[in-house]
Design a protein around this ligand. Structure first.
Ligand code: ADP
Length: 685
């Protein structure tokens, strides 16, 4: 009735101008004939809520639709872009993250040859999903192709085909596609791969890819010792009883083989990565030794030299990042399904081949009430958010049978966060402080606990994910490192204050072992429940800072596909007002640099509280990422933003420390290192 429409209007007032611009450019539905808008932002949230409630039993649909609508329209929770765009429309993909296999053959009877994958990628991109690939099964450049007696062109040239195809399929003109390309460090072409986007090739090649080198503990240890490591041709011998003929092989190749299954599982439990030599299970180090004996080693390289190349590339252009393959697999709850080799484009979802995952993020800023954290409100929102995300698995229309099967087998969902920086400001805690890292740690723990709890309750109500194995499933909270360990590894000293301890006292009441008993009794609905995504667009829709990042600038121009926006942080304006500094001259001055770090006319409290991404020391970026990763059963996406004048030593230290802190993947971005960047500082006329 009338009341309903009135409240619609009020809710729309929560939507900022920038949010509205983004919504109208890409999200709000239009009549295809007249191109007129046929919905308001509230109608969009209503459409999404109704669609995701439609998989609930008839008699509860209305109730869940209201709850879903409530958490979205209050901007406390926003699902990932494809769910907002596609719910209830002709396009059916609601998930943002996909990993597709890349096999060393043109086509296969399983439909997973390299050109099958190219087609799968196009289908996913067309509907707004992002895709990740491990290219290391492809034989290196110059290797012989048996069927034609020709010469292989190598993984990097195949990546170029994927890149061009991404350019062509522009997601209905709405946004560019996004990819993650991975190559493991033992591959003979790894040096080419490392350089594929730097030097003369930066801003030119593989522009639709983020690239990451998959590294292992053996490699990182060799870097520290300055030891030599072999790089090999992955295709050498045929393994008896299988179709696979890679020398360095992966567990998943064997998962169907009864004769190795039990042994593999036992070994996988011991260590993250295993390799097979015919019927014997060996470590990656042993595999490399055998590879040498059999002539599969192309050459030996100094691990330090290789690492330095990675660091130089990352310093120069932001690529490559690193993926820590052993850490990813050690802490994969459903590790018994095979070995993870790649992630989605921004790294928050390490997935098995063909798996997809849907995301959604809590807006932390909304849970600061009168200088305190509304823990009850947060827990309640998490309950409906996880239910929402679990419903996405069923409401999704999958573009391919393999994706549907792999996704429904594990029902992975990823509840993340945005607005951390603004929450910290509202609580008066500078981002680069032990208190802030402590708060991140406690928040991550709280969110993980309640997300897992909800997934257990959902299992009780609707059943566990099909591949759930109560005994083998790995509880990642058992291996979370404590905060002091993280701080001392990063070389940061200090204790959290009494203030922040009181603020988070609620978190100390959580009882994980009782939750484990419940899990063993009732099961688990989702193989993973949380994930920290970049929230590139949904944070604009929610009008908050993105993900777990510090504020990027206090005032800046944002370049996105649909135009250029100027933004001045409203919280910052509030603070200026308090000190009567909100005059046009002051604001203009600040906007020129985007920051106030060394401005002597600005009170010290403001300067400390409003440190922007480039003012925050790199180690605090890394610490926040590590804190969130401890209580995260998938990945934590983060960009370690560096000042333009930072050196390669900083990048080296960041990459090395990330490995030691148990981070799953790391990326840096040094200001001005690319010609096109999404955000520029300051206001330019
Ligand atoms: P959003 O805010 O739009 O929901 P995020 O910035 O949080 O998205 O990114 C989450 C994931 O969505 C990415 O890791 C990637 O898998 C996918 N994604 C993001 N941008 C794109 C894009 N332009 N094309 C395809 N997939 C994308």
């Amino acid at each position: 009735g009338k009341g309903g429409w009135k409240s619609f209007d009020e809710r729309d007032l929560l939507i900022s101008y920038n949010a509205l611009k983004v919504l109208e450019a890409r999200y709000l539905l239009k009549d295809p004939n007249t191109l007129r808008y046929i919905e308001t932002p509230q109608m969009m949230f209503r459409r999404v809520a109704r669609h995701l409630a439609s998989v609930e039993p008839q008699e509860r649909r209305r109730e869940y639709e209201e709850k879903f609508y409530e958490i979205m329209s209050s901007l406390k929770f926003v699902p990932n872009t494809p769910a907002l765009m596609n719910s209830g429309t002709r396009l059916g993909i609601l998930s943002a993250c996909f990993v597709l296999p890349v096999r060393d053959s043109m086509t296969t009877k399983n439909g997973d040859g390299i050109y099958d994958t190219l087609r799968a990628m196009a289908l996913v991109h067309q509907q707004g999903g992002g895709t990740g690939f491990d290219f290391s099964e492809l034989r290196p450049k110059g290797d012989v192709v048996a069927s034609t007696a020709g010469v292989a062109s190598g993984p990097v040239s195949f990546m170029k085909i994927f890149d061009v195809s991404t350019d062509v399929v522009k997601q209905g003109g709405k946004r560019r596609g996004a990819n993650m390309g991975v190559m493991h460090v033992w591959h003979a072409d790894v040096e080419d791969f490392i350089k594929a986007k730097t030097g003369e090739l930066k801003d030119v090649q593989l522009q639709n890819f983020n690239i990451s080198v998959g590294v292992y503990d053996y490699f990182m240890n060799a870097v520290e010792r300055g030891a030599e490591v072999p790089v090999i041709t992955p295709r050498k011998t045929k393994i008896p009883g299988t179709d696979y003929d890679y020398y360095i092989v992966r567990a998943r190749n064997y998962m169907d083989e009864e004769w190795v299954q039990e042994e593999i599982l036992r070994e996988l439990e011991e260590r993250g990565s295993i390799y097979l030599d015919e019927s014997r299970i060996i470590t990656v180090d042993e595999a490399l030794v055998i590879a040498e004996r059999e002539g599969a080693v192309v050459k030996w390289v100094n691990a330090r030299t290789l690492f330095n190349e990675v660091v130089k590339g990352a310093w120069d252009s932001g690529d490559p990042g690193l993926l820590f393959i052993d850490e990813i697999n050690r802490r994969h709850p459903a590790w018994y399904l095979g070995k993870i080799q790649a992630t989605n484009p921004c790294g928050e979802e390490p997935l098995l081949p063909w798996e997809s995952c849907n995301l959604g993020s809590l807006n932390l800023e909304k849970f600061v009430v009168d200088g305190r954290i509304d823990w009850n409100g947060l827990a309640e929102t998490i309950r409906y958010a996880v239910r929402f995300l679990d419903n996405v698995v069923d409401a999704n229309r999958y573009p391919l049978r393999q994706i549907e099967e792999a996704t429904k087998r594990t029902r992975k969902v990823g509840l993340g966060v945005m607005g951390l920086a603004r929450m910290l400001i509202k609580l008066g805690i500078p981002y680069d402080s032990v208190d802030a890292v402590f708060l991140s740690y406690q928040l991550a723990k709280f969110i993980y606990y309640h997300a897992l709890h909800t997934s257990v309750e959902l299992a009780k109500e609707k059943g566990s994910f099909p591949a759930y194995d109560p005994v083998r499933y790995r509880d990642i909270w058992e291996t979370a490192r404590d905060l002091q360990e993280l701080l001392s590894t990063a070389g940061v000293h200090g204790e959290p204050s009494e203030y922040v301890r009181k603020l988070t006292a609620e978190v100390n009441k959580l009882d994980f072992s009782t939750l484990k008993d419940m899990r063993l009794r009732y099961g688990l609905r989702n193989a993973t429940v949380v994930s920290v995504a970049p929230t590139g667009t949904i944070s604009i829709i929610a009008g908050t800072s993105s993900s777990i990042e510090p504020l990027f600038a206090l005032a800046f121009i944002r370049n996105v596909a649909v135009g250029r926006f100027m933004e001045i942080d409203p919280l910052f304006l509030d603070y200026l007002r308090r000190y009567e500094l909100d005059t046009p001259e002051v604001v203009k001055k600040i906007a020129e640099s985007g920051e106030v770090g060394d401005n002597p006319f600005i009170p010290k409290t403001i300067r400390k509280l409003f440190r922007t991404a480039h003012e925050v020391p790199p180690m605090f970026h890394v610490l926040h990422q590590a804190a969130w990763q401890q209580w995260n059963d998938s990945g934590t996406s983060k960009t370690i933003n560096l000042r333009s004048e930072e050196t390669t030593e900083t990048v080296e230290r960041v990459y090395m420390t990330a490995w030691k802190l148990g981070i799953k993947g790391i990326t840096v971005y040094r200001d001005k290192s690319k010609s096109q960047q999404v955000i520029y500082f300051g206001i330019k006329k």
